[in-house]
Design a protein around this ligand. Structure first.
Ligand code: ADP
Ligand code: MG
Length: 323
C-alpha cells in the first residue's frame, strides 16, 4: 500500500468532525480556529514497543492507550481535549494491526469528541507519538504548584490495578479469571479522568495525573508547591480485584510506586464528602489520603499515624490490609 493510500484508508476517515477545525488531514498542515477567551493546553506522549507496552500487546489496546495517556495530561490540567496529531512509526503494513489500532484509537476519540487533524507515517520500530490540544478557560488551569499547607490530598478511583495487570501479564502470579481480566483491562484500557479534571478546576489547588506512581507524582506537586505531604498509606484506595491480587501474594506497595492507572492526584481545601458530591457526574469517586504539610518530602504513615519506612521501590514494614 503506498503511503498516500494508507493514510486515506486509515486516517483520513477518522470519525470526529469539529466546528473549530477548518482543515484537517490532507494538506501540509491542519488549520484550527480556537475559541476566544480560552487557553490551549498542549501535551505529547510517545509509546514505544518494549518500553511502554510489551511486544505482542493487542493493537486495539495500543490505539486506546496512546490516546488515553495524552487525554490524561489534559485531565490533569483541567482541560477539555479538542484535537490531536499522530506520528506513527511501524515496521510493516499489517492490515489487521492497523484496523485494531484505529478501532481502539477512534473509539476513545469519539467518546471525548477529539479530532485527529494530522500526523506523519513512517517505517521503523513500532512507536506511537500523539500530541493533543485542549481548551481551558483563561486562568483556570490546574497546575502542580498550587498546593498549600493544610490542603487535603486526594486520588480519584483506585490505585494498583495496572501494576497488578502487568504482574499477571508477566505471569508472576495466578488468580481467578474474572479478577485477572479486570486487572489486565485496567493496564491496557486506562480511562482518562477528563470529566473529573474539568470539574476540579473549581475545587482543586493543584493536580497531576499518576503515571509514574503516587509517591513520585505527589512528590512533583510538593516540589513545585514548596511543601510536603503526610499520606496514610492504608487509606490509598484499592479495587476488589487488587485486594484479591494482594491475597494471592501480590505486592501491595505497587499502589504507591507504580503508575499506569492514570488516576488523578490533587489537593483541595474541600473535604471528601463535598468533593464526591461535586464529582457525582464524573463517574468516579475520590478518596482523601492525607494532608499537605510545611516540611519537605512525603511522609508515609499507617492508620495510627505511625511512620512507615519507604525506599525507591515502595514502602517497607507494611502489612497486607487493603481497606
Ligand atoms: P507531508 O509530506 O506534507 O508531510 P504526508 O504525506 O506525510 O504529507 O501526509 C499527508 C497528510 O496526511 C497530512 O495532512 C498529514 O497530516 C496526514 N497524515 C499523515 N500521516 C498521518 C497519521 N498517521 N495520522 C493522521 N494524519 C496523518
Ligand atoms: Mg509527512
Amino acid at each position: 500500500l503506498p503511503e498516500f493510500q494508507l493514510i486515506q484508508t486509515y486516517f483520513s476517515r477518522q470519525p470526529v468532525h469539529r466546528a473549530d477545525v477548518d482543515i484537517g488531514i490532507g494538506d501540509d498542515a491542519a488549520l484550527v480556529s480556537p475559541a476566544e477567551d480560552m487557553q490551549l493546553a498542549v501535551a505529547a506522549d510517545v509509546l514505544n514497543e518494549g518500553v511502554h507496552f510489551p511486544a505482542g500487546t493487542d493493537a486495539r489496546a495500543i490505539g486506546h492507550k496512546a490516546l488515553a495517556v495524552n487525554l490524561s495530561d489534559m485531565a490533569a490540567m483541567g482541560a477539555e481535549p479538542s484535537w490531536f496529531t499522530l506520528t506513527l512509526s511501524m515496521p510493516g503494513e499489517d492490515k489487521d494491526w492497523l484496523e485494531g489500532f484505529c478501532q481502539g484509537l477512534y473509539e476513545l476519540a469519539s467518546r471525548y469528541n477529539v479530532q485527529l487533524i494530522g500526523g506523519d507515517t513512517v517505517s521503523g520500530p513500532l512507536s506511537i507519538g500523539i500530541q493533543v490540544c485542549g481548551y481551558v478557560p483563561r486562568g483556570t488551569a490546574l497546575m502542580r504548584n498550587g498546593a498549600r499547607v493544610g490542603d487535603n490530598v486526594f486520588v480519584t478511583g483506585t490505585l494498583g490495578d495496572a501494576a497488578a495487570g502487568l504482574a499477571l501479564h508477566d505471569q508472576k502470579l495466578c488468580m481467578d479469571d474474572s479478577s485477572a481480566s479486570l486487572l489486565l483491562n485496567r493496564l491496557e484500557f486506562p480511562e482518562p479522568r477528563v470529566e473529573a479534571g474539568m470539574i476540579l478546576r473549581d475545587c482543586a489547588t493543584a493536580a497531576i495525573d499518576i503515571s509514574d506512581g503516587l509517591v513520585a507524582d505527589l512528590g512533583h506537586i510538593c516540589e513545585m508547591s514548596g511543601c510536603g505531604a503526610t499520606i496514610d498509606a492504608e487509606r490509598v484506595p484499592a479495587s476488589e480485584s487488587f485486594t484479591r491480587f494482594v491475597e494471592a501474594g501480590g505486592d501491595r506497595r505497587l499502589q504507591l510506586s507504580f503508575g499506569d492507572d492514570y488516576e488523578l492526584c490533587f489537593t483541595s481545601e474541600l473535604d471528601e464528602v463535598e468533593l464526591n458530591q461535586r464529582l457525582d457526574d464524573a463517574g468516579c469517586t475520590v478518596t482523601c489520603i492525607g494532608t499537605i504539610t510545611g516540611s519537605s518530602g512525603i511522609r508515609l504513615t499507617d492508620h495510627n499515624g505511625k511512620e512507615v519506612g519507604f525506599d525507591e521501590t515502595g514502602f517497607e514494614h507494611f502489612g497486607n490490609r487493603t481497606t
